[in-house]
Design a protein around this ligand. Structure first.
Ligand code: ATP
Ligand code: MG
Length: 627
């Protein structure tokens, strides 16, 4: 039976600068609101909690760091992805948080691959994670282009620490079956029962553990467990398994090991070897913290790890409406061909968001705006879109595109000008550049060259910009009405032609002489609307991919629902649009505002500059989410 979905409580966050993008639209320039993590770090810095730490220049044990210098990094944080999939928007939150805190407090953030699980990991994922963190604008491990750390490099130490725990009487080899172990673990209301193997001597345990390492036992025949307390109210302290036998080839260590550490054992050690001060993770690890602290205390006692140990803090993971952020489920979308790949512009992966037109600054702004809390909530998707609009408003070059074209014929053109005449026109690429943008993102840059295009007897306009019988309040083209062709001339509509089915084939108008935009006297003829257009003579056909939300349900996978069922069958519509020449010359990945339509990006994969323009809809101009 599936559970009823939990009640949705969606946070709509204030977007203070939504309509008026501020010059400081880049996250790093914004005054940061405090949060519980910032308070903890500030108090640790004030109290000198970590002032005595030394840094041996690389990760290592207590002796290694003791030989080093006082740590030049005031704090150390880390982002520790498992390389078993592509990073998603939730990871982006964690990246911005960890790297942002290190940056703001004179610290260093580590990029570490948590690659202790040999079966699921792959170098394809390793490379894409490195690219994504770099693209988001961060440097790791204290130097440009430093090699990321890898948990698998610490396998030798982890093994040594396990032998130490055995020798000190803190770990034992358990040969119960998995089923017996499960039953004997008890549950919330029932304490666990000691394993019959729990009282073996350290020497016996050490011998068996070495046999495990040497491949003398079958996969699953026995595990190494920490010896803590089978009666603990926290089930995670009931002698958790710390090493298991698994004959699997590891992408880094190959076949060197047939035993692998469990995540709960490996993770605290990774943090400690790297001298992490603040180990920030999501809330589901809260119950693991007592084991984290137990392990640190034992290994410091044994002189293996440096003191003071790292401390774990938990924050609420990001839940975004209409989005799933489970790597396993995202993988299912890819492998079942529900999307074109990890970088499908509908995917919430960082590579997908990037291909959709998201910018690093927009994602940083988003992370900043949603902040960190200790309780789970849902963030409305419009918050993410608002951040992109805010970033692109000042940065994205403008261009005109006609998405649903119909031809407009200026019937008096030949008399006013000459048959075949093309009149050159020009418009700024960045209309705001001269004003706000000079202090903002475009600081110090020259305004981009103006866009050049031309107008002739025939232009393309959007079908929606003409009505034979105008509805009330309609200000665009209808017989007898005047509008401005943006950046061109004022025209007066005279009617239209239709085919046998009554479908409009051409809109007819006359050009009003001496009204060319930017020429003296051009404003004397007053109009109520300006419409966008592209000249037939130099418009270029472009493939435009109009994306909508991937899921129809705001919480596609909540409460055990089958998220595949809520896939939106209309999440992609491909059209042929006509764009002005400057757009056809876009660089792959370049963002634009198609005036009056929204923000678009030249597709990174399929767009060919000059010859095959392909654009993706990034976000509309206004918030239409949920409407
Ligand atoms: P998944 O469950 O999708 O596999 P994960 O948490 O296992 O995700 P990891 O690669 O282990 O993925 O995560 C790396 C870091 O990113 C962790 O510190 C984790 O806490 C953080 N993280 C993952 N998902 C989110 C999220 N939705 N919001 C915030 N942080 C997240
Ligand atoms: Mg994980």
């Amino acid at each position: 039976m599936t559970q009823p979905p939990p009640k949705i409580s969606v946070m709509s966050l204030p977007t203070p600068t939504q309509n008026k993008p501020a010059a400081n639209a880049v996250a790093t320039d914004v005054v940061k609101p405090s949060n519980f993590l910032r308070q903890i770090i500030e108090s640790d810095l004030a109290n000198g909690t970590y002032a005595s730490r030394r840094w041996g220049g690389s990760p290592g044990d207590a002796a290694h760091h003791a030989k080093g210098q006082p740590d030049p990094a005031k704090i150390r944080t880390r982002f520790p992805p498992e390389p078993n999939g592509y990073l998603h928007i939730g990871h982006a939150k964690s990246i911005c948080l960890n790297f942002g805190l290190a940056r703001d407090y004179g610290g260093v953030c580590h990029l570490r691959f948590d690659d202790t699980n040999p079966e699921k990991e792959d170098t394809e994922y390793v490379n894409s994670i490195i690219d994504s963190v770099k693209w988001l604008g961060f440097e790791w491990n204290g130097a440009p282009d430093a090699a990321p750390y890898q948990a698998s490099d610490y396998f030798d130490f982890m093994y040594r620490a396990a032998e130490y725990l055995i020798e000190a009487g803190h770990a034992y080899v358990d040969e119960q079956t998995a089923e017996q172990m499960r039953v004997n673990r008890g549950d919330f209301g029932k304490p666990g029962i000691d394993s019959p193997y729990r009282t073996r001597t350290p020497a016996e345990n050490l011998e068996r553990f070495r046999q495990m390492r040497d491949g003398q036992h079958e996969d699953g025949a026995m595990v190494l467990r920490a010896k803590i307390d089978m009666g603990s109210p926290n089930i995670n302290l009931r002698d958790p398994a710390i090493y298991r036998i698994r004959r699997a080839t590891h992408h880094n260590t190959g076949d060197k090991w047939c035993i692998y550490p469990m995540y709960t054992y490996a993770h605290p050690i990774e943090d400690a070897l790297e001298q992490i001060t603040h180990s920030i993770c999501t809330l589901e690890f809260e119950d693991q913290r007592p084991f984290y602290d137990w392990l640190m205390a034992r290994l410091i006692e044994g002189g293996l790890l440096a003191s003071p140990p790292p401390h774990q803090y938990e924050f609420a993971r990001l839940n975004l409406t209409y989005v799933i952020t489970s790597k396993r489920k995202l993988a299912q979308l890819v492998y079942d061909h529900k999307v074109s790949g990890w970088d499908d512009p509908r995917m919430p992966t960082i590579v997908g968001l990037r291909r959709r037109g998201y910018t690093p600054a927009a994602l940083q702004l988003f992370a900043e705006r949603i902040g960190v809390t200790k309780s789970d909530s849902w963030i409305d998707y419009s918050t993410l879109e608002g951040c992109l609009r805010e970033d692109l408003e000042l940065k994205a070059h403008r261009g005109m595109a006609v998405l649903n074209p119909v031809k407009l014929v200026l019937t008096n053109w030949d008399e006013v000008f000459a048959p075949g005449h093309l009149e050159p026109c020009s418009q700024p690429a960045l209309p705001h550049h001269a004003h706000e943008a000079t202090q903002g993102v475009a600081e110090g840059t020259e305004p981009p060259p103006a866009r050049q295009f031309s107008i002739g007897k025939e232009v393309w306009i959007d079908r929606e910009d003409f009505e034979e019988v105008p509805p009330k309040g309609y200000k665009r083209l209808f017989p007898g009405n005047k509008v401005r062709l943006k950046g061109g001339y004022v025209i007066e509509c005279t009617g239209c032609s239709k085919d046998a089915n009554g479908q409009i084939t051409e809109v007819l108008a006359t050009v009003v002489p001496d009204t060319k935009s930017g020429t003296p006297g051009s404003e004397t003829v007053k109009v109520k609307a300006a419409i966008t257009w592209v000249g037939v003579a130099n418009g270029v056909n472009a493939e435009v991919r109009l994306y909508d939300r991937l899921f129809l349900d705001a919480q596609p996978d909540a409460g055990g629902k089958d998220f595949i069922e809520s896939l939106n069958p209309n999440s992609l519509k491909v059209i042929t649009a006509i764009v002005e020449p400057s757009l056809a010359n876009a660089l792959p990945g370049q963002n634009f505002q198609f005036e009056r339509h929204g923000y678009f990006v030249a597709d990174r994969v399929d767009h060919v500059q000059g010859s095959k323009p392909v654009f993706n809809l990034a976000v509309g101009l206004k918030d239409s989410w949920g409407k």
